[in-house]
Design a protein around this ligand. Structure first.
Ligand code: PHE
Length: 347
């Protein structure tokens, strides 16, 4: 057996020469588990102390510590290098090319139909109207009979629709919601509601007509409601929607469920009333039908016409969207062409 000092030198040389060929993080870990482990020759050197004479013990201890220190320092240096190299390799492998184009997501836009529904609803809500949801499928009773349009009434000719059965049909007008609201709220006037929704009619589709379209119904029932209330409400509505400069005009008209009945025009925004291609030379554009609720309707829907009165109106939603945004063909509203939809910005 070599003498203790030679054993120290040997253990050190063996550890260092093995370290020389360990380069990767894994190799260095394996090396450490062998050469710096508790049972490794290098770690056991202090055990040789027994063989050392007392006066040399201190010097021998230092030799062992220095040897161990030298090996550990050499290992730390290599480990640091290996860790750095491993990190660099990882960063390189995982690098992202920032010059690549990003993924493109199409974000939806609100259809102008809904933009004006929201806008009109907000205007009426600000005047204290509640918003009622009607139903697309109605009975003949609600869509016609309760609105003073009996079976043989000629007004039915203009409102032919899609029948789902003998008495079931797709509603031709949101006015059906008037009857529901009055019957549901019997004797709980005042009623002040709007009802936006889809309507259906047998119509030939063209630039201004569609077999499916939207209306916003309005209904107010209380004691002492007059045409002046109707006019004031609609004037405020038009001013909020189109601006303070616009005027309204009431023309006498006919609807079976209102008496008197009117059609309401708004002064043309383009020519200010002088006459142009938009208003077809008249200076006015028709926007809705309205009137005082007919006594027969009030009676059928549970309100005594001697006590209560009311007004109602029906606005075409697409009509308003077309005027509001200068849309030339109603069909654009339904075809969902993103190039068209992108032109509209929410307020
Ligand atoms: N329902 C009518 C239509 O569709 C419009 C209207 C509603 C008229 C309310 C008067 C009162 O033409």
């Amino acid at each position: 057996m070599d003498d203790p000092k030679a054993q120290v030198a040997k253990a050190k040389e063996e550890a260092l020469s093995a370290l020389a060929s360990a380069n990767t993080v894994e190799e260095l870990t394996a090396w450490k588990n062998t050469y710096l482990a508790k049972k490794s020759p290098l770690s056991q050197l202090m055990g040789l102390m027994r063989q050392i004479p007392a006066e040399e013990k201190a010097a021998f201890g230092k030799t062992v510590n220095d040897a161990r220190q030298e090996v550990e320092t050499a290992f730390e240096a290599k480990k640091e290098q290996a860790d750095k190299a491993a990190l660099e390799a990882k960063l390189k492998a995982e690098s992202i090319d920032l010059t690549l184009p990003g993924r493109h997501y199409d974000v939806g836009k609100t259809n102008p139909y809904w933009l004006v529904v929201d806008e009109m609803s907000a205007i009426f809500a600000s005047m204290g109207f509640s918003i009622v949801e009607g139903r697309d499928v109605e009975t003949d009773h609600y869509n016609f009979e309760l609105l003073n349009v009996p079976k043989d009434h000629p007004a039915r000719d203009m409102q032919d629709t899609f029948y789902l059965g003998d008495q079931l049909l797709l509603r031709t007008q949101t006015s059906a919601a008037q009857a529901h609201t009055m019957l549901d709220s019997k004797d709980k006037a005042p009623i002040k509601m709007i009802c936006p929704g889809k309507c259906y009619r047998r119509d030939d589709d063209d630039a201004t007509h569609s077999h499916q379209f939207g209306q916003i119904e309005g209904l107010v029932v209380d004691k002492g409601i007059s045409m002046a209330d109707l006019k004031g409400t609609l004037e405020r509505f038009v001013h909020q929607l189109f601006g303070e400069k616009r005027q309204i005009r009431l023309r006498s008209s006919y609807f079976p469920f209102t008496e008197p009945s009117v059609e309401v025009d708004v002064s043309c925004a383009k020519c200010g009333g002088k006459g142009c291609n938009i208003c077809k030379g008249t200076g006015w554009i028709e926007i809705l039908g309205a009137g005082e609720v007919h006594p027969n309707v009030l009676r059928m829907c549970g309100y005594d016409p001697e006590v209560y009165s009311g007004f109602a109106f029906g606005v075409g939603i697409e009509r308003i969207a077309m005027l509001r945004y200068g849309i030339d063909d109603i069909r654009r509203i339904y075809t969902n062409d993103v190039r068209f939809l992108k032109d509209f910005q929410e307020k």
